[in-house]
Design a protein around this ligand. Structure first.
Ligand code: NAD
Ligand code: TDX
Length: 339
């Protein structure tokens, strides 16, 4: 079995590669990644020498490079994590989101049609459903919830989902889609809420909370997401969408206060800053389908997962300090300097 994992030098893709190489020692895992600002080869250092692992630097929009890799590897399965993934960056510059997230997905699927594969899996997001109101805790996103996006990022992901389903219906491409809630865990890029707050708190810097911090996200430990994708590519039904989430809704401000508590830092570091444009209020996944059909259940409770995550950031300072001391400084100044 040969699996091409695109975007495997990023947060979730790398965790997926570690999971797969450990669980299936006879599978060949090929990582295709462009190494954008969010991709980091050092993340894959522990598997670099594994004889069943190969890394290829390429853009999923580069048709020639993608076709060449398919010819060389004759993959059975493609799992597409490659994406521009940060909502705030999509608000600044939508263009690259449309290129990678939509056209890149189409290019990968064209290769799948041309060379034949057993499964194309699209890693999507709960953000394609838009948001839910704070005063209706009884509402959840199901696979039937209409797509209703807010940001250029979520719109690009929803467009990709529609294309994936179109390739299934039109060409009979064997596809599956997973739509997961917010992940957290090791190797999470420090532009995102949890790692940004951990890094800033450790450096005694202000903790920038957007708006009132009342927005709710449904957090899932990254390993649980990887296990869900593993189940879907092996046992999921072609043409189907699976929501993935662990019923762990928390307000942003609760998360930030918890991080302060765990690190022994004062809440006076918390600074309320201008809200994100079009900021989604609440995400909440109904994961009944993947539970009933595939037996998936989240295994890591948030209380344990956040402790493990904080411990990882404490023990791997070099990984994130290298990131935040580079080009990231310009990003931070631009996004937070006058906010
Ligand atoms: P990430 O930003 O950490 O990593 C993205 C990876 O894709 C990087 O390694 C980057 O170099 C690579 N990449 C970007 N453009 C590329 C291109 N054109 N060609 C090849 N490689 C390219 O993202 P992440 O948080 O790991 O998210 C992975 C996927 O999961 C994305 O599709 C995202 O939409 C989805 N998702 C993320 C979350 C979350 O909470 N992080 C939740 C649900 C779904
Ligand atoms: O500095 C910050 N302050 C703040 O209050 C940052 C970076 C974020 N926030 C808020 C915005 C959101 O309400 O925290 C919440 C989480 O923000 P992000 O970490 O940027 O994640 P989100 O926008 O929810 O999107 C994430 O989950 C769904 C991923 O980045 C997406 O790729 C995924 O699809």
């Amino acid at each position: 079995m040969t699996i091409i994992v695109t975007g495997g030098a990023g947060f979730i893709g790398s965790n997926f590669i570690f999971h797969m190489l450990k669980k299936y020692p006879d599978y060949r895992i090929v990582c295709l990644d462009k190494l954008t600002y969010a991709g980091n080869l050092s993340t894959l250092a522990s598997v670099e020498k594994n004889k069943n692992f190969r890394f290829v630097k390429a853009d999923i929009c580069d048709r020639q490079a993608v076709y060449k890799l398919f010819e060389e590897e004759k993959p059975d399965i493609i799992v597409n994590f490659a994406a521009e993934s940060h909502v705030d960056r999509s608000i600044e510059n939508p263009d690259i989101f449309l290129q990678t997230n939509i056209l890149g997905t189409a290019t990968l699927m064209d290769a799948c049609r041309k060379y034949g594969i057993k499964r194309y899996h699209q890693v999507s997001t709960d953000e394609v459903y838009g948001d839910l109101p704070l005063d209706r805790p009884d509402l959840f996103f199901t696979e039937q919830t209409p797509l209703h996006t807010s940001s250029p990022y979520s719109s690009s992901k929803a467009s990709a989902d529609l294309l994936v389903l179109a390739y299934y219906r039109t060409y009979g491409l064997p596809v599956t889609i997973s739509r997961c809630s917010n992940n957290y865990g090791p190797y999470h890029f420090p532009e995102k809420l949890i790692p940004l707050m951990i890094a800033n708190a450790l450096n005694d810097k202000p903790l920038p909370v957007y708006g009132k911090g009342e927005n709710v996200r449904d957090w899932l430990y990254v390993e649980d997401h990887c296990k869900a994708i593993d189940l879907i590519i092996h046992n999921g039904k072609v043409g189907e969408v699976y929501n993935v989430g662990g019923h762990n809704e928390m307000k942003n401000i609760e998360i930030v206060k918890l991080i302060c508590k765990e690190l022994g830092k004062p809440e006076s570091l918390i600074t309320y800053v201008a809200d994100r444009k079009g900021h989604d209020m609440r995400y909440a996944i109904d994961p009944s389908k993947i539970h009933n059909d595939l037996g998936w259940l989240p295994e890591t409770k948030f209380a344990d997962g956040i402790k493990k995550t904080i411990k990882w950031y404490l023990e791997n300072r070099e990984w994130w300090e290298t990131i935040i001391s580079g080009e990231y400084r310009n990003y931070y100044e631009k996004m937070y300097g006058n906010r």
